[in-house]
Structure formats: C-alpha cells, structure tokens
Design a protein around this ligand. Structure first.
Ligand code: CA
Length: 323
C-alpha cells in the first residue's frame, strides 16, 4: 500500500522536488537558447566584417569598388585630331579612368572565364598563355584548372598547377594598391613558371638567356625578360597605357624607373609598330570596357603613342610616394 502511494506520488503527481527541478531546467534552457542566439549573432557579425575586409580592402579612399559587376556597352573614345604631345597625354589620362574598379578576385575570374578565354586551334574554348603562345582548352573561372600536361611550352618545367595572373607592371611597384592591382588592362594569364621567371624584370632584348620558352621564344637573361615576338606590341601598349593612366600615382616604388621605362621608350615604340594589335587584343579591349568602363586607347589607335612622342613620355614621371 505504501509502495503504491509512493509510486502514485512519483508517477501521478509531480513532487515538489521535481517541480523545482523542472523550473530550474526551464531557466537553464532559456539561458542556453539566449546564449546560442548571442553566439550566432556574434559569429555572423564577425563573418560579415571579415567578408567586408576581404572584398573591399581599399587603400585609397576615393575609389569605389562595386559588386555585383556592372556591364557597359563597349564604345571607343573619340579623340580630337589636333591633340599631340603633353596635351594628348593629359587628355588620355582623363578619359581612361575606369568607371568601375573590380575586386582582384573578380578580375581573375573575368580573365579566365571571358576576357582571355577565346578559341583554341581545336575550335574549343580555351585560354592562350601570354608568354608561351599555347592554348589550354577549357572554360573555367580559375587559373589552376588550365593545367600544362607535359612540358607543352618547352621551357623545361611542367606547370601542373596551371596558370595565374601576370601583372605586366609588377604589383610590388605599386604596393598592390587599387585600382592598379585589379586593372584588367595590364593583367594577362600565364603559367606559374614563366610568371615567376619574369618576376620584376624590365622588358627588353635578351642576349644571354638563362631561361627560354621554346614554344614562343620568350626568354630571361642579363637582367631583362624578353616577351615573345607575338606579344611584344601588346606589352608595349600596356606599358604606355599604364603610364598615361597612373603617372599621378605611386607606381614606381622601389624601382629604377629609368631602367624600367625611360631608357626603353624607343624600343617599346618600335615593338608597337612591329606587332600591331590583332583581333584577340581588340576583342579583349572591348571586354575590358564591358567590365570596367574603360579601355586602352593605344589598342584602338597605336599611332597615339607616336603622337604623344618620346619627349613627353620621358617627362611625365610617376610620383614616388613611399608608404
Ligand atoms: Ca612548361
């Protein structure tokens, strides 16, 4: 009988002890849920701040970085015929400002998926490696998918990790600052090895090569990197664009500007004449405009380089602002 009462007391009605226990666990439960909510809010806040830093690291406050990407209808600049020398240089400086600055990640994706993705000789989509003049088939937005199978470019190395991005104007010379670092006008897809070999060397003729890309004729030696004949003009037009667009910024940090550019102006003018813009270079110029709202005017009209002239090119030296 006593046992039965005890059982009824235990299972039928709740004892005082149990009620207190239930109340306590309810408090613990509420507290736990609030704590969980707090942790969730804290992590999501941290994540969004982290993302903000990642996507929008801007070292120069006047630059607007826009996501998602805007698309512009490609147009060519109209440039008054009578302009030359410094006046033409200043005019081009103004009109070539990009309307949108992409993040570096966006630029890389655009290059591999679209801007430098054309047709390989097989008729399939692919990316032409800038220093090797060979086409790797595929349609991906990441360079590590464009793998070299065997030593396809005959440089003595197998780039099994594929391609990355070459900055024609080395990024160390402008401290990886925006907008230069993501400007599609001077970025090109290259295998990792030729990219590393070029490093920060100025572009010029190489007489005693220590490294040669057999498929294209690119070479490294005596303190210079010589691009293949097929893209010598491309390189020259990029360098002239870079000076006209960014001479008012710090783009010659820790470098010998005379060795890198001034003493080579005549040679770059020659390369511009010997290797005029081809269809791929013109096509990519339109696509750059589509994504950035600016273009390289020397690809549309290579004679503008001559019209500016060697004297002005030498005179417009970039600012040196050390960090
Ligand atoms: Ca190779």
């Amino acid at each position: 009988m006593n046992n039965l009462l005890t059982k009824q007391g235990t299972y039928g009605k709740k004892s005082i002890g149990q009620k207190i226990f239930d109340k306590k666990s309810k408090i613990y439960y509420n507290f736990f849920m609030k704590y969980l909510l707090f942790v969730f809010l804290f992590i999501s806040n941290l994540y969004s701040e982290f993302n903000f830093i990642n996507d929008y690291t801007i070292k120069e406050p006047d630059i607007k970085i826009t996501t998602p990407i805007i698309s512009f209808e490609p147009i060519k600049y109209s440039i008054p015929e009578n302009l030359e020398g410094e006046k033409l240089f200043d005019y081009l400086h103004e009109i070539t400002k990009q309307q949108v600055v992409l993040t570096y990640d966006e630029s890389k994706q655009k290059i591999f998926y679209d801007v430098d993705n054309t047709l390989c000789p097989s008729g399939k989509n692919g990316v032409w490696e800038f220093y090797s003049n060979i086409c790797i088939e595929g349609k991906y937005n990441s360079g590590n998918k464009y793998i070299e199978y065997g030593d396809m470019n005959l440089d003595g190395y197998i780039d099994s990790k594929g391609m990355n991005i070459e900055h024609i104007w080395p990024q160390g010379y402008f401290n990886r600052n925006y907008p230069m670092v993501s400007d599609l006008n001077h970025l090109r897809p290259t295998f990792i090895t030729p990219n590393n070999k070029r490093a920060n060397f100025p572009f010029y003729y190489v007489t005693n090569p220590v490294y040669i890309v057999g498929s294209s004729g690119a070479r490294l030696g005596n303190g210079y990197f010589e691009p293949p004949d097929k893209v010598k003009g491309d390189v020259a037009r990029v360098l002239f664009y870079f000076v006209v667009r960014y001479y008012d910024r710090s783009i010659s940090s820790s470098m010998d500007y005379d060795n890198f550019f001034i003493s080579k102006i005549k040679t770059y003018m020659l390369w511009n004449r010997l290797d005029p813009p081809d269809d791929d270079e013109k096509r990519r110029n339109d696509l750059v405009y589509k994504y950035q709202g600016n273009r390289n005017p020397f690809i549309d009209n290579p004679e503008l380089i001559e019209k500016i002239g060697e004297v002005t090119w030498s005179k417009k030296r970039p600012k040196i602002i050390e960090p």
